[in-house]
Design a protein around this ligand. Structure first.
Ligand SMILES: [Cu+2]
Length: 152
């Protein structure tokens, strides 16, 4: 009987930890560099967050004109078209078409040594949906992308 109650307690603790992690994942923190890479291939956030913050740090030295980075979040199926249209929108628009309804969130462009962040409501995401974060600087989304997992 004693063993049973100890196991139940352990299960209870594990359950509580899982829940608090899901509710706590309201930040996506990414680092970009001069080698056209993000430090993460995956990130997880909760659709229950009233606000999700996307943070980007450019840890490199190159200026935004040569090696600028941003973070765009969209449904995975929309990524290629958003990136293509973003090239037309140009650097003045941070390589994101103004008012593009397919874009769930996007930071502005940063160069080496700079940081940027943007926030959006968690309700713009659906738990279990297929989402991607990527950089829309011309050519970068080939390498600079990752899977965004959305929990409840
Ligand atoms: Cu980039």
């Amino acid at each position: 009987m004693k063993i049973l109650s100890v196991s139940l307690l352990c299960l209870g603790l594990l359950g509580a930890t899982g829940v608090s992690q899901a509710a706590g994942n309201c930040t996506i923190s990414l680092k970009g560099d001069d080698a056209m890479k993000f430090d993460l291939k995956t990130a997880t956030v909760s659709a229950a967050c009233s606000s999700i913050t996307v943070e980007l740090t450019h840890a490199g030295k190159l200026p935004a004109a040569a090696m600028g980075h941003n973070v765009v979040i969209s449904a995975t199926k929309d990524m290629d078209a958003i990136a293509r249209d973003g090239i037309k929108a140009g650097v003045a628009n941070n390589y994101v078409t103004k008012g593009d309804a397919r874009v769930i969130a996007a930071t502005t462009l940063v160069g080496g040594g700079e940081k940027i962040k943007v926030s959006f409501p968690g309700k713009k995401l659906t738990a279990g949906g297929d989402y991607t974060f990527f950089c829309s600087f011309p050519g970068h989304s080939m390498l600079m992308k990752g899977k965004l997992t959305v929990t409840k």
